[in-house]
Structures are given as structure tokens and as C-alpha cells.
Design a binder for this molecule. Structure first.
Ligand code: HEM
Length: 399
């Protein structure tokens, strides 16, 4: 593959695949917010980058000019692949979204909590005697995979497959549409098998519908069952959205605590701070950046926006805007006001936020109970593209 042309001017030629962005995007966004709050690039067939909270909010709330039919900024623009509700605009969006809400209520999450805690402890059991581990590979990666596999009703043992597809769709697929389409086809085949198994097996059909695949198979919009393309798209979305997002959120929280003993010791001494600390980790290290396609010319924050471009909707940059968050660049685990946008803004706000919060809380709590002292033991590798989090996070806890 030819190496990417390095960025020379972030205001007119930004590139979210530039290694400097992957390593440490915060100074880039801070500078743009001061000098050019809506940057543009000719890369990716033309795309804008708003960095102020207000502008990100305005775009997320305007589906007339900014469509969700494409939600990732890619080199090529293949025909949109429906994964409702995330790729749907009004009026189609609402019925799909409503279908997904009941399994993710706060009450449903309370029932999941013992399972989530057991998963964390079983993982810690495997490496605690070693005195060190790669937290991203041996701990944070497995928690969301196991939970969402359990909810969907697919084998946890397929997790390597899930992680590969996500890497192909959200990272490699930004520049390689062959890899992207291969992963989409493989996922479609995988879910088609699980759907057929439920449809064709009367014994299974009559069992309580306790998994998400079975529930979606029976769901209706205007009295009609979902067609296979939309059903498959929803399942693909749930699997993708449920894994590396939370993997990244837990990883960034533990990365911060490994580098900041004062916060770590305070959380152990004052466990009641955990909910505000989790919100602060979500704000400061927001993992998810989505996109919109501009479908009509408009204007945002005084800047003309041309149809045909994409917009990189950086919730992470919005969350570092000092006009919205005092000391935005500091991690303050008892921050009082924190209306962050890590889970999105507007109609597409995250369906899985209760689940993500549960997994992050449980993962950090169980870790601190069993491994209260720990430090970074080497280089951290961050993912690139749509979801940002540590993919290699060596930690030492031997002393
Ligand atoms: C820390 C973890 C997570 C973060 C930061 C996160 C973030 C987001 C964001 C920013 C959006 C808005 C997308 C947009 O505006 O285009 C979103 C939507 C969504 N998320 Fe999450 N998410 C997380 C975990 C999860 C989990 C565990 C699930 C469950 C499977 C999930 C399911 C979804 C779905 C289905 C949507 C689409 C909602 C819609 O289009 O109306 N997410 N998420």
C-alpha cells in the first residue's frame, strides 16, 4: 500500500488516518477550534471537520441537510448498506429505534450485572498470577464481546471472528472497500445461518424468545416482519456497535488510572465517585466519531457547507470544547456538570448507553478490587478511524 501523504495544514487538508491524529488528536482539535472551527479536506472526496460542541450539536440535530445514509468517512463511497436505525433518516428511523430500546433499558441491565461481574473476574483469574498483562488484549476486549454474544444468542467462542470483522469494517475498510465488502458479506452469511437455525427449528421456535435474534425475527413495523436485508443490517449494527466502542471506553479508563495514581487511589477510597468518574472518562476519551453526508447546501456556525461532502461528526472533539466544559483538557473525576456527547446527540443517540455504562463500571470496579496498584509497562497502541481506544495496553502489577 502506498504511504499516506502527511498532513501539512490541518485546516485545509485534515486526515483522521494521519499517525499524529491516531496517537494524540487533542492538540490538533484544540488548535482548529481556535483558528478554523470547521476545517475541510479534499481527501475522502471532500469532508468537513467541526470541532466546536455547538456545531456538532447543530449538525446532529439536522437530518434535513445531514443524512445518516453514510455514517463513516471513507476513501470510496460504496452504495449505502442499510444498518437501521443508525443509517436511517426520519421518518424511517423511529420504528427501528423503538424496536431496539426495550432490551437495553436500565432495568434490563440490572439483570445482566451479575453475569458481567462474573465475566470480569473469570478474565482476571487467568492472568492475575502473572503480575502483568496486556489489558487491551486479555481483559477489556473480551468483556463486551462476551456480553453482546450472550444477548444476541451467538457463541462467545466466535469472538475472534467478530473482532476481525470490526477491524475490517471500521479501520481497514476506510481505505479498502474490497476488505469492507468481504467482511459485510461474511457477517451476512453468519447471521443468515443463525436466523435460519431459529426459523427452521420448531423446538427453538417454541422456546422463550430470550435472545435478540429471536426477538428481532418476530418484530414488526406496520404489521410487517422485517425483510432479511434489514434484519441482517440491524444484527450487524448491534454486533459492531456493542464491541469495540465499550472495549475502547474501558481501555481508556484503565489507561488513565494506570498513569494517574492519585485518581486511582481516590476511586478506591471513595467508590461512590465511580458514576461521575465513568462519565468523565467517557467525555475526556470519547471513543466514537461518526459521520453524515451533506445532502443539501447549508451553513453551520457561519461556514458554508456544500452538498456532496461528508462531515466527520467528532463527538470526541466536541467533548473537549472549553466553551462547554471548563478545563476541558483535564480529567476531573468529580466533575459536577458533564453534559457530554460521547453517546451522540439528537435522534441517533446511542441505544446501548446503559449497557456501555454497566460494562465500564463493572470492569473498572472489579479490576480495582483485585488489582489496586498498577502501572503502564510499555508502549500503548491506539486504534485508528471511527472508534478510538487502546488496542495494546501493557500493564504491570507485580509489586
Ligand atoms: C462506550 C461505549 C459506546 C459509545 C461511546 C457509543 C457511542 C455511540 C454514538 C456516538 C452513537 C450515535 C451515532 C450517530 O449519531 O450517528 C451511537 C449510536 C448507537 N449505539 Fe452506541 N456507543 C457505545 C456502546 C454501544 C453498545 C454497547 C451498544 C449495544 C449494542 C450500542 C448500540 C448503538 C446503536 C444501535 C446506535 C444507533 C442508534 C440510532 O441510530 O438511533 N452502542 N453510539
Amino acid at each position: 500500500m502506498t504511504p499516506r501523504k502527511p498532513v501539512t495544514d490541518w485546516a485545509t487538508d485534515w486526515d483522521h488516518l494521519d499517525p499524529r491524529w491516531q496517537e494524540d488528536p487533542f492538540p490538533i482539535w484544540d488548535e482548529l477550534r481556535r483558528s478554523c472551527p470547521i476545517a475541510h479536506t479534499e481527501r475522502y472526496q471532500g469532508a468537513y471537520l467541526p470541532t466546536r460542541y455547538e456545531d456538532v450539536r447543530a449538525i446532529a440535530n439536522d437530518s434535513t441537510h445531514f443524512s445518516s445514509r453514510r455514517v463513516i468517512v471513507r476513501e470510496v463511497r460504496p452504495e449505502p448498506i442499510p444498518s437501521p436505525p443508525i443509517t436511517s433518516d426520519p421518518p424511517h428511523h423511529k420504528p427501528y429505534k423503538q424496536m431496539l430500546l426495550p432490551p437495553f433499558t436500565a432495568e434490563a441491565m440490572t439483570r445482566l450485572e451479575p453475569k458481567a461481574r462474573a465475566i470480569c473476574n473469570e478474565l482476571i483469574d487467568k492472568f492475575i498470577a502473572d503480575g502483568s498483562c496486556d489489558v487491551a488484549q486479555q481483559y477489556t476486549r473480551h468483556i463486551p464481546v462476551k456480553v453482546i454474544a450472550h444477548m444476541l444468542g451467538v457463541p462467545e467462542t466466535d469472538s475472534d471472528l467478530f473482532i476481525r470483522w470490526i477491524h475490517q469494517i471500521l479501520e481497514l475498510g476506510i481505505t479498502d472497500d474490497v476488505v469492507l465488502m468481504q467482511a459485510v458479506r461474511e457477517m451476512a452469511g453468519y447471521f443468515a445461518g443463525h436466523i435460519a437455525e431459529r426459523r427452521d427449528n420448531p423446538e427453538r421456535r417454541n422456546r422463550p424468545k430470550d435472545d435478540l435474534i429471536s426477538q428481532l425475527l418476530e418484530a414488526r413495523i406496520d404489521g410487517e416482519l422485517l425483510d432479511d436485508q434489514h434484519l441482517n443490517g440491524m444484527l450487524r449494527l448491534l454486533l459492531i456497535a456493542g464491541i469495540d466502542t465499550t472495549w475502547s471506553g474501558i481501555g481508556a479508563a484503565l489507561w488513565h488510572l494506570a498513569r494517574t495514581p492519585a485518581d486511582r487511589d481516590r476511586l478506591i477510597a471513595e467508590p461512590a465517585l465511580m458514576p461521575t468518574a465513568i462519565e468523565e472518562f467517557l467525555r475526556a476519551f470519547s471513543p466514537v466519531t461518526m459521520a453524515r453526508e451533506v445532502v443539501e447546501d447549508t451553513e453551520i456556525g457561519g461556514c458554508p457547507i456544500k452538498a456532496g461532502n461528508m462531515v466527520l461528526l467528532s463527538f470526541p472533539a466536541a467533548n473537549r470544547d472549553p466553551a462547554m466544559f471548563p478545563d476541558a483538557d483535564k480529567v476531573i473525576i468529580d466533575r459536577k456538570e458533564n453534559r457530554h456527547s460521547a453517546f451522540g446527540l439528537g435522534i441517533h443517540r446511542c441505544v446501548g448507553s446503559n449497557l456501555a455504562r454497566l460494562e465500564m463500571t463493572v470492569a473498572v470496579e472489579e479490576w480495582l478490587k483485585r488489582i489496586p496498584r498498577f502501572t503502564l509497562a510499555g508502549d500503548v497502541a491506539w486504534s485508528e478511524g471511527t472508534v478510538r481506544g487502546p488496542r495494546q495496553l501493557p500493564i504491570n502489577f507485580s509489586s
